[in-house]
Design a protein around this ligand. Structure first.
Ligand code: ASP
Ligand code: MG
Length: 408
């Protein structure tokens, strides 16, 4: 007998019919001999609807009260799914996060799970019940309801799978797996059979929006095999696991593109110790996250300094940097919010030289100018003009033959 945690996202539980369909899938898994714990999101659109309601009353509502409000979305779906299961003769019980003691810190609207008491869940499983748990929510040490940040039900599912030592955590969504790239950009994109936690983490941070990033971190840390599959079509989905040294690795697993980028350049900065701190300190103080950073080699005592931020933070960052530049006596500030970041990701990069040059050559052949480059052990990212996004993705997908299955 194995134990599976299944998570169904908002679209999968978006209507009574769909909830009935989920109940059938759960019963199917039970019939195959698995114990099943189910985590559900709120019905699609519900969390946004609740947020909007709160903001109509106060544009900046108290975060504690927001959590009380937003957690109700998931409370609806756990009950509806349990009703659907019982209607089909399958014993089930629904629980809120607090009821199964999903203990978090007190950071309202972005809380982190600290601990889960699995005892109650095991009791129900032993009694032959399906346990249905509300995703996205927990309770802090003072008994306050907390939520885990948007998309947090993925993290609930993985955390539960880790706490229960489940054999697999299955994330049911509206796509049938993780793709080599966004199929809306490149129709030849292919579903990956398998990908490592590390690669998935990079892909999620670089713009592939299949899973909440934190859930992938969690799964990697506790080595929970994670499978992404569609609740609407049959198929094996994509398995996300740790790297097995015996496997033949594909060089590159995916190409990602992120439009939420903007860059700022300060030119003619006096080249002295402490300039990076002077420029980026006020940006950090304003809670703006900086992604790529490039500082040129100085000439005649002056240098240029460029960095990227999320496009939503562009105006704010520009104001701050203009002020800093004035104080420092820098020449000028240039900004550009029509840029995108295109990246290739793959653990195979570790053991193969020449991947970067193949990437740059491919972009050059298409006449695409690279504005910034950054690398890590398993990814290479370039910043290019927004108008080249689709072309860059397709060219790289083609150059690294991602439409063909590799032996992994
Ligand atoms: N309902 C929450 C949201 O919409 C959590 C989730 O769906 O995972 O973000
Ligand atoms: Mg979701």
């Amino acid at each position: 007998m194995s134990l599976i945690v299944q998570k169904y996202g908002g679209t999968s539980v978006g209507s009574p019919e769909r909830i009935a369909h989920v109940a059938d899938k759960v019963i199917q898994a039970r019939a195959q001999g698995h114990d099943v714990v189910v985590v559900v999101s709120a019905m699609s659109g519900e969390t946004d609807r609740l947020l909007k309601l709160a903001r109509e009353i106060d544009p900046r509502p108290s975060e504690r009260e927001l959590d009380v409000l937003l957690s109700t979305g998931e409370q609806v779906t756990i009950a509806l799914l349990s009703i659907a299961l019982e209607k089909r003769g399958c014993p089930a019980r629904s629980y809120t996060g607090a009821q199964v003691c999903i203990r978090t810190d007190s950071a309202h609207t972005k809380a982190r799970i600290m601990d889960i008491d699995a005892a109650r869940i095991f009791q129900d499983l032993k009694a032959g019940r399906v346990v249905v748990v509300a995703g996205f929510q927990g309770v802090d040490e003072h008994g306050n309801i907390t939520t885990l940040g948007r998309g947090g039900s993925d993290t609930t599912a993985v955390a539960l799978a880790a706490a229960l030592k489940a054999d697999e955590c299955q994330i049911y969504t509206d796509v049938d797996g993780v793709y080599t790239t966004d199929p809306r950009i490149e129709p030849k994109a292919r579903r990956l059979e398998r990908i490592t936690f590390e690669e998935m983490l990079e892909m999620a941070s670089l713009g592939a929006k299949v899973l909440q990033i934190r859930s992938v971190e969690f799964a990697g840390k506790y080595n929970v095999p994670l499978r992404v599959l569609s609740s609407f079509t049959e198929g094996p989905g994509t398995l996300i696991t740790s790297e097995e040294p015996s496997m033949e690795q594909a060089l590159i697993s995916g190409v990602t593109a992120n439009r939420d980028e903007a860059k700022l350049t300060v030119t003619g900065v006096p080249d002295q110790p402490g300039i990076a701190h002077r420029i980026l300190g006020p940006i950090a103080a304003a809670n703006i996250e900086v992604d790529m950073i490039v500082q040129n080699v100085g000439e005649h005592g002056l240098t240029d300094f460029t960095f990227t931020v999320h496009r939503n933070d562009y105006d704010k960052a520009l104001d701050i940097v203009k002020q800093t530049a004035k104080e420092m006596g820098a020449r000028e500030v240039q900004g550009d919010n029509r840029i995108v970041k295109v990246s290739i990701v793959g653990v195979g990069m570790r053991s193969h030289a020449g991947i970067a040059s193949q990437m740059f050559q491919t972009l050059a052949a298409e006449g695409i100018n690279i504005r910034m480059i950054s690398t890590s052990e398993i990814k290479i990212s370039v910043v290019v003009d927004e108008k080249y996004l689709e072309l860059a993705v397709r060219a790289l997908h083609n150059a690294f033959k991602l439409d063909q299955a590799a032996q992994r």
